[in-house]
Design a protein around this ligand. Structure first.
Ligand SMILES: [Zn+2]
Length: 184
């Protein structure tokens, strides 16, 4: 199983690389990796397991965070309306997005970043994603608000972008253009 020691931290070059497309149909070892990524997120949100294995709670994980430069990501979370999102995705792509932006007023965090980085991270308020799921089927997901933010954070990892790269350097708390805060 994946634990915190498997997760590479900021400064590792793989986190700034553009990850490679995954060949389909999905090979057994890629599928296993992606399943383990999703399981890690579930374990990290489980009170007993997270304590036992010292897992930091996470809602998303991208393959480059394991040192694997491939376009695969997993998410497992509920949005503020308690809709459940639980996916392992291969070659995810944003096919359309809103002009309107959003941001988390508490800022973002990352399993690869062991410090708080204050500031607003501008994200599209709505996105539509196409990807292949663990069963090998093409999926199209329409996401908004918190869910859109989580997916964009993970998609960024596939393009070598860290959340703090998007924070305004001069004034980290500048409200992004056309943006409303995404709050609970
Ligand atoms: Zn991250």
């Amino acid at each position: 199983m994946i634990t915190m020691k498997d997760i590479v931290r900021e400064g590792h070059p793989v986190l700034t690389q553009v990850a490679k497309e995954v060949k389909l149909p999905l090979k057994d070892d890629d599928k296993k990796t992606l399943e383990e990524m999703l399981q890690f997120l579930k374990n990290s949100q489980d009170e007993e397991l997270s304590e036992k294995y010292e897992l930091r709670a996470g809602v998303g994980l991208a393959a480059p965070q394991l040192g694997i430069s491939k376009r695969m990501m997993a998410v497992h979370f509920q949005d503020f309306d308690e809709n459940q999102y639980s996916y392992g995705l291969i070659n995810p792509k944003i096919v359309s997005h809103s002009i309107a932006q959003t941001y988390l007023s508490s800022g973002e965090g990352c399993l690869s970043v062991d410090r708080e980085v204050p500031g607003y991270v501008p994200r599209y308020h709505k996105i539509t994603i196409k990807a292949t799921n663990l069963e090998g089927n093409e999926v199209k997901l329409k996401l908004k608000g918190y869910a859109a933010i989580v997916f964009q954070h993970e998609l960024d990892h596939l393009n070598g972008v860290m959340f703090y790269d998007r924070i305004n350097k001069q004034d980290p708390f500048t409200i992004p253009e056309n943006a409303k805060a995404c709050d609970q």
